[in-house]
Design a protein around this ligand. Structure first.
Ligand SMILES: O=C([O-])CC(=O)C(=O)O
Ligand SMILES: [Mg+2]
Length: 233
């Protein structure tokens, strides 16, 4: 990108679609999106049990510099998720409890970052959810230009401002704004099918029978034997 920008206007997704995707959860949304959009698992939850979804506000920062995160706070609205990336890999702790306090005052749901966070005990105590590549006490400066609300790559996934970011204990998904409603419809179909499967499995039906896997195992040359044959022992 040639210039540095703070973009004010972001088309936000339908809040009902966002809430539906949050309720579906990351694993189901990932399947419903055709196994696309999953942020690399190195960008992992730094607390237990947090489940969020929201419209992405994106930050492209110089590594070791959190100036643009400060600029981004003002662009955030209730329910947004801040997605922070650096222009080259960095694990520096560029986000902590002070910035979280600022984001909480604007109703931000949480942060996803390809870089590092610090003050993690305070962040947990505040109930501000974080998905981050690293936890590092390494401090950062406020000195270099970057951009807010431009397309970024986080954990190998392109995230555009206004995309739906879903994050829970399983990781982080980015659903492009244009496909969010379709993905939610597919997620709901999947959830209904899984309910039937769960009930059958709980009642003792075996996966090998329910999914018709006996034939597949046989075709793949997997033999059932009472004892391991001598020649393979
Ligand atoms: O201030 C910083 O540089 C990052 C941090 O620790 C905080 O937000 O509390
Ligand atoms: Mg701090």
């Amino acid at each position: 990108m040639a210039g540095h920008y703070v973009v004010r206007n972001v088309p936000r997704p339908d809040p009902e679609v966002v809430a539906g995707l949050r309720d579906a959860g990351v694993a189901t949304v990932h399947e419903a999106a055709g196994r696309t959009g999953l942020v690399a698992p190195a960008v992992r939850p730094r607390q237990d049990g947090a489940v969020i979804a929201g419209s992405a506000v994106t930050v492209s920062s110089h590594p070791g510099d959190n100036l643009m995160i400060h600029a981004a706070v003002e662009m955030c609205r209730e329910g947004d998720v801040l997605v922070v990336t650096t222009t080259s890999p960095s694990t520096d702790g560029m986000f902590g409890d002070l910035l979280a306090a600022s984001l909480l005052s604007r109703g931000v749901a949480g942060i996803v970052t390809d870089a590092g966070v610090r003050d993690i005990a305070s962040l947990r105590a505040m109930g501000f959810p974080v998905w981050a590549r690293a936890v590092s006490a390494q401090g950062t400066v406020k000195a270099s230009p970057g951009s807010v609300n431009v397309p970024v790559v986080c954990g190998g996934q392109v995230v555009r401002p206004g995309d739906v970011v879903v994050a829970d204990d399983d990781g982080v998904m980015c659903v492009p704004a244009a496909s969010a409603a379709d993905v939610l419809a597919r997620a709901r179909t999947r959830i209904a099918a899984e309910e039937d499967k769960r009930a059958a499995l709980r009642s003792g039906v075996l996966g090998v029978d329910m999914y018709g896997l006996r034939e597949l195992l046989s075709r793949l040359g997997v033999s059932y034997v009472d004892d391991l044959p001598e020649e393979d022992a």
